[in-house]
Design a protein around this ligand. Structure first.
Ligand code: HEM
Length: 402
């Protein structure tokens, strides 16, 4: 490890296994300046207590305009040019805008509202498993199950047709991963056009689904602007599936590599909800997607972060902090009572957490019951992970079903 003032470089191998680096940073330099594989210079926070403090720190802002102005001053004009169209959402806002935007949709995501969706989610999951049963033995589980389940659920919840879900998946992947600025710009434009058309269609034909309600609020300009309506739809669609795909995908991968844990779940399905929490803690879907911006100097873990700096909290590193969990690197579906920060913390704590938990519970319960012979169809070390600092997930998950 280098001197305290120097940047730590996250190399290209960081994505495939970030945990050894997280362990040494947590131990030796828990609040440190790093250069991401994409070349961004940011501060990284890796300890559990520091992570919670940073996530709840009001002087660490989300506001995108300030952030963009800073980035432009530092690196030149924005390379993407899609921020205005898609980024006017709650996850990129500070109070009072954040409060207003979150309140508009929060009723739909309470535990009670989500529990009412159980029968339909069960039906969607079993329909996908029926199709898998009738199909080939070898499949990519992400394509046949982990992706279609959450995208169908969130599209139905919003009231968006599922026909274009494959396009949507492609654009979303391009936006969240490192790629050329041109590819990202094109994906953002396609996404913005698609969502604008949906919003216009709701204007012409009002509806009572969530998108309809969002559009109605945007017609009353005090509540929501047009770009906020489009950005809200964007956030809910992207956050609603990119993450849950990987809860299901990475969780299944974890079980297939730990057969004794899988056997425990098969023997006692009541362990599934606890297992979901352990999957989220052990290797959650959001590892660094917690961008914040220091509007003034902030001290985290005894280290002063100067104003104008970008701060990332590593949820994955915090969730394996030995100061918080015994045997943190061990996957243990019976580990109970240990909360985690996989859904974040503070005012931006995941709005969709009850939905993600329910989808996860249904997805694993049904998958395990339906395919007792499920095995990995690849050398686990040969599988690659998405090159994204936002999302942590496998590129593919080849399995044999029978
Ligand atoms: C925010 C994780 C599923 C909607 C967040 C944040 C995290 C997170 C870590 C906070 C990021 C930050 O503080 O910068 C996850 C994980 C999921 C999941 C691990 C699945 C396992 C969902 C689902 C939805 C959703 C299904 C449904 C629409 C949101 C929204 C926010 C958010 C709207 C922004 C909340 C705010 O800014 O107040 N999520 N999420 N998420 N998530 Fe999730």
């Amino acid at each position: 490890m280098t001197g305290t003032d120097e940047y730590v470089r996250l190399g290209p191998d960081f994505y495939d296994n970030p945990f050894p680096l997280y362990a040494s940073l947590r131990e030796e330099r828990p609040v440190v300046r790093v250069v991401t594989p994409q070349g961004s210079h940011v501060w990284l926070v890796t300890r559990y207590d520091d992570a919670r403090a940073a996530l709840a720190e009001p002087r660490l802002h989300k506001d995108n305009q300030e952030f963009r102005a800073l980035m432009e001053a530092r690196y030149g004009p924005s390379r993407r040019g899609f921020e205005d169209a898609l980024n006017a959402h709650m996850l990129a806002a500070d109070p009072p805008d954040h409060t207003r935007l979150r309140k508009l949709v929060s009723k739909a995501f309470t535990g009670r509202a989500i529990a009412a969706m159980r029968p339909r989610i069960e039906e969607i999951a079993s329909g996908l498993l029926d199709a898998m049963e009738a199909g080939p033995d070898r499949v990519d589980l992400l394509d046949t199950y982990a992706f279609p389940l959450p995208i169908t659920v969130i599209c139905e919840l919003l009231g968006v047709p599922t026909d274009e879900r494959d396009d949507f998946r492609r654009w979303s992947n391009t936006l969240l991963q490192s790629g050329t600025a041109d590819a990202q710009g094109a994906a953002a434009r396609s996404m913005a056009e698609y969502l604008s058309a949906l919003v216009d269609a709701r204007r012409a034909a009002p509806s009572d689904d969530m998108l309809g309600r969002i559009v109605r609020a945007s017609e009353d300009s005090d509540q929501l602007s047009r770009s906020e309506a489009i950005s809200m739809a964007f956030l809910l669609l992207v956050a609603g599936h990119e993450t849950t795909v990987n809860l299901i995908g990475t969780g299944t991968f974890a079980l297939l590599r730990h057969p004794e844990q899988l056997a425990a779940l098969r023997a006692d399905p009541s362990l599934v909800p606890g297992a979901i929490e352990e999957f989220l803690r052990w290797d959650g879907p959001v590892h660094l997607a917690t961008v914040r911006f220091a509007a003034e100097p902030v001290t985290i873990g005894g280290v002063e972060i100067p104003d104008g700096e970008v701060v990332l909290v590593s949820l994955s590193a915090a969730n394996r902090d030995p100061a918080r969990y015994s045997d943190p690197d061990t996957l243990d579906v019976r580990r109970s009572g240990a909360s985690h920060v996989a859904f974040g913390h503070g005012i931006h704590h995941c709005l969709g957490a009850p939905l993600a938990r329910l989808e996860g519970e249904i997805a694993f319960t049904q998958l395990i019951a339906r395919f007792p012979g499920l095995t990995l169809d690849a050398d686990p070390n040969s599988l690659s992970w998405r090159p994204s600092t936002l999302i942590r997930g496998l590129d593919s998950l080849p399995v044999r079903l029978r």
